[in-house]
Design a protein around this ligand. Structure first.
Ligand code: FES
Length: 338
């Protein structure tokens, strides 16, 4: 039986490898032509030390305390030359992907649809050339290359892994390079490429209530996570607050309704900063975070939005004197240069 190992490199690149039962993770990586850091491969030097962020494993019995101390092991550090896994795992590798001779993974696709979803965002749907070769964690992003240029832009999948199409929610930036191409030139049938996946903003195993906070197109990675949660089914409450600037910025509300129908523990609301909004909730997401959502801090927070929103949420928890059990966030740049 094999397990899926996710290798998250220091530069944000991610690769997926299969590891057979009884096989050392280091061996599995080399079988996939990924040169994880190593020196002795005998549990002596500690060069192969990584952090296991998810999954079940044993550390092996044949290593020196000098290479991995009991305290390090208790913190989740592992020696990849010694560990054996008993489930799918996520490993943080303290080295850039280039140092491990990991070539960028490039994917090709054809534009299926480009829709102006709101005053400020575009829905892009791509038909993947080889969907079976694309794996990612819900919440991750890729670098989408702007056709006819040498530039790329980072966008999170709003679709879930394992589909034949990839969907993205893209901020429509006046004068923006990608936005301009999508609005003025993109047609169904156009070819696009992207590199990835990347990022450490991804859905973790559900162990406690989840609070999701989205700002604008920061909704995209949370939609991907919610699709997976709806497929899995979860007992824990999941509450999403989706904030935008104006009513015309709201997108994907029918999709959120459909997700809530599939995932009974999901509740969600939208809030609009514009005081003239027709929505009942006005202001910023932090004004609508209630104590019962926060479960006295025993909750996992997933936050994706522009930097001021991320800082406002941090400040919110600081002012409350509360540290959530886990705080995962992704900041996206508010604009893109043409
Ligand atoms: Fe030396 Fe793993 S490579 S301890």
């Amino acid at each position: 039986m094999g397990y899926r190992i996710v290798l998250n490199f220091e530069d944000g690149a991610t690769r997926f490898i299969d590891c057979n039962a009884g096989e050392k993770v280091l061996e599995a990586a080399y079988r996939h032509k990924i040169n994880l850091p190593m020196d002795c491969s005998d549990g002596v030097c500690g060069t192969c030390k990584c952090r296991c962020e998810q999954g079940d494993y044993n550390l092996g019995e044949d290593y020196l305390d000098y290479a991995l101390s009991a305290d390090e092991a208790a913190e989740g550090l592992v020696l990849t030359c010694q560990m054996e896994v008993f489930s799918d795992c996520v490993l943080a590798v303290p080295a850039p992907s280039s140092a491990c001779k990991v070539a960028p993974a490039r994917f090709a696709a054809t534009v299926s649809a480009v829709e102006l979803a709101s005053d400020s965002s575009i829905l892009l749907t791509l038909d993947l050339d080889a969907p079976e070769t694309l794996d990612f964690l819900p919440g991750q992003y890729v670098n989408l290359e702007v056709p006819g240029s040498t530039q790329h832009r980072a966008y999170s999948f709003s679709s879930k892994p394992g589909e034949r199409q990839a969907r993205f929610l893209i901020r429509n930036v006046p004068g923006g390079l990608m936005s301009g191409w999508l609005v003025d030139q993109a047609q169904p049938g156009a070819r696009m490429t992207f590199v990835g996946p990347n990022g450490v903003f991804f859905l973790r195993p559900v162990r406690r209530p989840i609070v999701m906070l989205a700002g604008g197109t920061g909704l995209a990675p949370l939609l991907s996570m919610l699709e997976v949660l709806a497929d899995q089914g979860v007992d824990q409450p999941v509450h999403l607050i989706y904030g935008v600037t104006r009513d015309g910025d709201l997108v994907e509300l029918p999709r959120l309704e459909a997700l809530a129908a599939r995932l009974p523990t999901l509740t969600w609301s939208v809030c609009v900063a514009d005081p003239q909004s027709a929505q009942p909730l006005k202001g910023y997401v932090t004004e609508h975070l209630a104590d019962h959502h926060l479960n006295a801090g025993d909750c996992d927070v997933y936050l994706c939005g522009p930097p001021p929103m991320v800082e406002a949420v941090r400040q919110f928890f600081q002012d409350k004197g509360m540290a959530p059990a886990a705080f995962h966030y992704e900041k996206f740049a508010p604009s893109e240069a043409a």
